[in-house]
Design a protein around this ligand. Structure first.
Ligand code: DGT
Ligand code: MG
Ligand code: MG
Ligand code: MG
Ligand code: MG
Length: 257
């Protein structure tokens, strides 16, 4: 029968494939996390445990999806970089995005109690996701730098904003107070009014989190006559470092190799 002919049914399916030989970045972002953070009483502006949970989930994603070479996270978002020649799901965008987003969301729920031992998860969190291709290492690095600049700008603003609010100003007073201020003025405000030296705040808050693999020598195998392959092991590391500066990429050439 015409109506159930599989070719006819399939003819409606449109699979958008990501451009070959380009870096694929999947960025996921918490849905309505403003509310989620309020309901779960996250510390403002930064909750160490909540950010730590995001990092645990991202580490699990990196372990699960072998084509991911780098992850960068800040606030309720994470970017996952897949290697240029990845053939994951034949580079079908909706498959890759949905698989990563659902894996991350499940992990968030599973690991919640490990991080927030006594705090109850009140409702299921969800994340949205999108895929973008970047043609060159340079543009990919510019993308990641953009996210880290955003982290810094938001963190500096939010640190000032919540310091003002905690000191008794209303939210709109704090907002007006900060309107048009430059970075230097914000740092001065923090230091003079609140005794906070911005540059000594935790690196995770100021620089976000980067997750990647490093190869290192396995000291326990070095003495034996293990082959050179066995002597090196791959480890996943989470660092809070400056990825805007070229020196990071020069120090870790294997990431974008
Ligand atoms: P969306 O993404 O359009 O569904 O809406 P939101 O509300 O998720 O907005 P977004 O993603 O632009 O901003 C992230 C929100 O998550 C922001 O309103 C504050 C909240 N958030 C993220 N990390 C923390 C944290 O460590 N502490 C607190 N208190 N809130 C956080
Ligand atoms: Mg969003
Ligand atoms: Mg969000
Ligand atoms: Mg966000
Ligand atoms: Mg299936």
């Amino acid at each position: 029968c015409f109506k159930t002919n599989p070719d006819y049914i399939r003819s409606f399916l449109f699979e958008s494939k990501l451009m070959p030989s380009t870096w694929i970045v999947i960025r996921i972002d918490g849905c309505h996390f403003h509310r989620f953070a309020d309901v779960h009483e996250f510390n403002k502006p930064n909750d160490k445990q909540a950010l730590g949970l995001m990092n645990l989930c991202a580490e699990a994603v990196l372990e699960e999806f072998h084509d991911i070479v780098f992850c960068y996270g800040v606030s309720d978002e994470y970017s996952f970089v897949l290697k240029k020649d990845s053939q994951l799901y034949q580079r079908r965008a909706s498959k890759i995005v949905s698989a990563i987003v659902s894996f991350f969301s499940s992990m968030y729920v599973m690991k919640w109690k490990d991080v927030f031992r006594k705090k109850e998860l009140k409702y299921p969190p969800s994340f949205d996701g999108r895929a973008v291709c970047y043609l060159s290492n340079e543009i990919l690095q510019d993308y990641l730098a953009w996210r880290q600049v955003d982290c810094h700008i938001n963190n500096q603003y939010n640190t000032c904003f919540w310091s003002l609010v905690k000191s008794g100003k209303s939210k709109s007073e704090a907002q007006n107070y900060l309107k048009g201020t430059q970075a230097r003025e914000k740092n001065e405000l923090l230091l003079k009014e609140f005794g906070i030296n911005y540059n000594t705040l935790p690196l995770m808050f100021r620089q976000g989190s980067s997750i990647f693999r490093v190869k290192r020598e396995n000291p326990t195998l070095l003495e034996n006559d293990a082959s050179s392959v066995e002597k090196t092991e791959t480890k996943i590391v989470t660092e809070h470092c400056n990825i805007i500066e070229q020196s990071f990429w020069e120090a870790h050439p294997s990431i974008l190799d």
